[in-house]
Ligand binder design. Sequence first.
Ligand SMILES: NC(=O)c1ccc[n+]([C@@H]2O[C@H](COP(=O)([O-])OP(=O)(O)OC[C@H]3O[C@@H](n4cnc5c(N)ncnc54)[C@H](OP(=O)(O)O)[C@@H]3O)[C@@H](O)[C@H]2O)c1
Length: 320
Amino acid sequence: MLAKLSLQQKFRKGPLPIYGKIRFPDNPPFPYFFLSMSAKILDGNALARSLRADYKSRAALLSAQGVKPGLAVVLVGENPASQVYVRNKVNACLEAGFHSEKILYPADVAPRVVFERIAALNADPAIHGILVQLPLPPQFDSGAVLEAIAPEKDVDGFHAENVGALVQGQPRFIPCTPYGIMKFLESAGVDPDGKEAVVIGRSNIVGKPMALLLTAANATVTVCHSRTPDLAAHTRRADILVAAIGKARFVTADMVKPGATVIDVGMNRLPDGKLCGDVDFDAVREIAGAITPVPGGVGPMTITMLLANTLEAAERAAEQ
Ligand SMILES: NC(=O)c1ccc[n+]([C@@H]2O[C@H](COP(=O)([O-])OP(=O)(O)OC[C@H]3O[C@@H](n4cnc5c(N)ncnc54)[C@H](OP(=O)(O)O)[C@@H]3O)[C@@H](O)[C@H]2O)c1
């Protein structure tokens, strides 16, 4: 069972070459920038499809034993982006044969009402995972809401108890976005062991847990943020570069080591309405070894790992 493994056991695979026989110096001089070596595009939709097929069959097995994995998603207010995320999460659950409940409240709902509902979901045996969509309206203390979710149903992995377990290397739930990125690396044959990894961003939901997971997988990890001087000096050392910034096309080709694996977490809306990542995809793909696109990269994997966490929660409940 995934949950019983330590982080090292979970993500440490056999040695796998990243760049084949091509070797580059650690600090590439400028001319390497001109080497064109179009990157392998890491297809998040394809990987998500294959993982979801596996989760669907595991859910069917579990349902046959009388335990149908169940996820409750709580949405407060009418934030259009949140509505899309919630719809996608609920649909993904239904497609995988899970039970799913969407619980909607108006933006001005009293926090007490939501806390009472979370308490009821905590006690509901049909629900194995509870997710409260963030951000919440100003009358809410988001931290208190996340702490109100029973840790064994906290499939986002944001409860302090689950964050602590992750820090200690014995996770109960791994936050979905970094979990999906580790799956990406695994499926692309990129073993972090002994590699230089640079994470841009230190948020609780992406940057920090990402750094923990890469460290557990034996990468040497540097976390960069808005106060990091000479960011490019760090990113150019990275064999694995994760960009979780929230700034469109921020990572340019001259910031990337030739052959690096570049994971783009960013989801930025351009003035023309199109989605784009934190990485200048067209330029960086010419120098990276592998790269995730936006859309179609990390996004579908995030929802897929929500299914994985809900399924794991249900499997654990079935064992009790
Ligand atoms: N695809 C998905 O499933 C998924 C999931 C989650 C998030 N996202 C996207 O990923 C992006 C990041 O999300 P988040 O929640 O982690 O964002 P966040 O909480 O806003 O964190 C952004 C991080 O980027 C750092 N940063 C900002 N400007 C920088 C700069 N100029 N140089 C270096 N670092 C800089 C910030 O540094 P400071 O800490 O110093 O402020 C912060 O740590 C967003 O576009 C979000 O929409 C996508």
